[in-house]
Design a protein around this ligand. Sequence first.
Ligand code: AMP
Length: 373
Amino acid sequence: MTTLGILGAGQLGRMLALAGYPLGMRFRFFDPAPDAPAKLLADHLTADYGDTDALRRFADGVDVITYEFENVPVETARFLQQFCPVYPPPMALEKGQDRLVEKNFFRALGIPTPDFAAISTETDLEPAAALTGFPAVLKTRRMGYDGKGQFTVWNREELAEAFRALNGQPAILEQFIPFERELSILGVRGRDGEIVFYPLTENTHREGILRLSVAPAPRRPQTSQLLAYRQSTQSLAEMYATALMTALDYVGVLAIELFQAGDRLLANEMAPRVHNSGHWTLQGAVTSQFENHVRAVMGLPLGSTNPLGVTAMVNLIGQIPPLESILKIEGAHLHLYDKAPRPGRKVGHINLTARTHDELLSKAEIIRKLVDG
Ligand code: AMP
C-alpha cells in the first residue's frame, strides 16, 4: 500500500482521500487545526507548519507528499523534500502565494492579466491609480482569498482609505475588469509530463465567494458560428496553463481563474491544488479532479477528463438546507464537509448533472432557491 501525505486537512483533503481509497491508497494529514474536515478519514497530525519534529514524524513512512492548501509555508514544503517527493513543486507555492510575484510570473510567460501596480507605501498610490484608472481593485499581496483583504475603489479618496485599512500590508492595485464572465481552466500534469485538461468552467461569485460553476462552460453568445470561438477560448486557456505547468515542472492539478472580457482572456490567479471550480468533476467527468491529482502525484496514468453531460455545482455557504429537500431532487448529489455552519463558510456543495444546459439551468434554479432562500 502506498501512503500519500497531505498538508492541510480541509474539505479538499477530505475529497482527495475519498477519491484515493478506491485506488488502494492510504493517507496521512497534517493540519494545525484539530477540528479539520478530513480528521476522521485518516491519521491526522495536529501541529504547526514550522514544527520540524512533527514534520519529520509526518514524513516518516509516507511515499509522496502533496498539499490541499496554497498557503502552506514554502519552507515547510522544501523541508519535507529531503524525505520524499513533494508535488506540486514548492516553487508553485512560492509563485502563487504573493499576488505581485504571481502576476509578474504570468506576464513573463506571455499570459495577459489586468493592469496592476505594487503598493508598498502611500506614495505608490498616485502612480498606481494613474496606471489602472478607476474603478480599481486593491488587494493584499498575501493571504487574500474568497474576497478577503480586497476593496473595489472608485476614486483617490476611497483608495487612500482602503490602503489605510490594510494597516501597512503590501498590496497591489488592479484595473477593474468589467468582465462578461469568469472562467477557470483545470489542467493535470503527470510525473512523466503528460498534460490533460478539463473543459472550461463558468463561475459565478458573490461577495468574492464562488457560488455556482457550470461545466462545460456554455457557449456565448449562443450561435453555432461561436462553436469555433469557444474552442479557441478553451485552447487559449490551455495554452496559458501549459506555459505555467511547463515552467514550474508541475505535477498535479493546477487551476487558473480567468476573466473573459470581449475577446480578451485575462488571468486573475492560479491555485496549485485541486480547486472549488473543479468540484463538478466528481459527478460530471469520467475522472474527478481529486482522483486525477492523486494519480498525477503518485506517478499513475492520468484518467479521462471527458465530461458526462453538463454539470452545475452549487456551493453551500454558511448553512445547510434540510437534507430531504436536496436529496429528493432527481440527480442532485450532496457533498458535505463535516464543518459547522458559520456565515461565509463553505460547508458543502451540490452537483447536478443533466443532458443539456437548458435542462440543467431549470434544475439548478430549484437548488438556488433552496440555498439562497
Ligand atoms: P480573487 O480573490 O482575486 O480571486 O477575487 C475574488 C473575486 O473578485 C473574483 O473572482 C472576481 O469576481 C472579483 N475580482 C477580483 N479582481 C477583479 C478585477 N481586477 N476586476 C473585476 N473583478 C475582480
